[in-house]
Ligand binder design. Structure first.
Ligand SMILES: C[S@@+](CC[C@H](N)C(=O)[O-])C[C@H]1O[C@@H](n2cnc3c(N)ncnc32)[C@H](O)[C@@H]1O
Length: 278
């Protein structure tokens, strides 16, 4: 990749790619497209930063959860194959059959052979190849939690999500927790639900043996939903604990959905990495 070239410039240089993705923002200037384009650029930047540490000879396998039209996977595939010549494979999963068919058409017209799109729920998908990175851009509500659970179960080295709406927790914040005087106010309840949800997800990942970093995927001027969780799997021989997650969940009477994807005995294990491939 030429040093000064930004990811935005790389993507903009291929009009066929942008036409296929309907992301030709210089042409249309549409607000929705500008927003999506900037989210995708920010996500790609983080992934590329991580991928630099990967051995070049190894194929890098992605699982794009709630892929929708797979803007993210197509953009990453383009950059990896055309500019970095890194071998990759992309699985995309979405419950929307029509979108999956659309992805297949785009894949064909762009000539990418290293992609497979699957219609179904994230939690049910069983990729044939071992997955290195599980990614999700704006997977609706609990689809982000399915993504995290799937990533842990697959033993993915990285789980990277930019969550969407946080409805499950918002509904539980009206009563029965120590900060009710704060969440009496609709807007504050809305914002606090976002913070609590992302804290619960982050603590769950930490308890499952991942190092967690929170960052912004793009400027808030493009989207208020710009928080990104980057989780990196730690060494397998260490002991990890869900205590912080459980304490936080109990404090806010959250009954957070993420634990539902695991058996109670799995949650009580001291080394959650043994969940991998279960
Ligand atoms: C807001 S769209 C985001 C799509 C895409 N990632 C993007 O950035 O454009 C959310 C997508 O999640 C899909 N979805 C919701 N729940 C799902 C689940 N449990 N498993 C798979 N896909 C799901 C929907 O069909 C929809 O395409």
């Amino acid at each position: 990749m030429k040093n000064k070239e930004t990811i935005g410039e790389i993507l903009k240089s291929d009009k066929e790619l942008l036409r296929n993705l309907k992301l030709d923002i210089d042409q249309s200037g549409e607000e929705r497209e500008v927003k999506k384009f900037n989210e995708v650029i920010g996500f790609c930047e983080q992934v590329l930063r991580i991928a630099e540490a990967y051995p070049r000879k190894k194929e890098l396998v992605f699982l794009d959860c709630s892929c929708g039209k797979s803007y993210l996977s197509f953009a990453l595939n383009y950059i990896f194959s055309k500019r970095l010549t890194v071998e990759t494979f992309f699985y995309g999963v979405d419950t929307n059959q029509i979108l999956i068919e659309k992805c297949e058409q785009i894949r064909e017209s762009l000539g990418f052979r290293n992609m497979q799109f699957i219609a179904g729920r994230i939690i049910d998908v069983q990729p044939e190849k071992p997955v290195d990175m599980v990614v999700a851009l704006h997977a609706c509500d609990i689809a982000t939690d399915e993504t995290i659970a799937k990533g842990i179960k697959l033993g993915a080295k990285y789980i990277i999500v930019v969550p969407c709406c946080e409805n499950q927790i918002r509904g539980r914040l009206k009563t029965g927790h120590p900060l009710v005087d704060l969440t009496d106010f609709g807007l504050l309840r809305y914002r606090f639900a976002d913070i609590l949800t992302e804290a619960l997800r982050s603590q769950f990942l930490t308890g499952a043996g991942y190092h967690v970093k929170l960052t912004e995927v793009t400027s808030p001027k493009f989207t208020p939903k710009n928080l990104m969780i980057i989780a990196r799997r730690k060494k397998e021989n260490k002991k990890y604990s869900m205590d912080k997650y459980k304490k936080l969940d109990k404090m806010f009477n959250a009954e957070f959905v993420l634990k539902n994807y695991f058996d109670e005995c799995e949650l009580d294990r001291s080394n959650y990495l043994s969940l991998a491939n279960s």
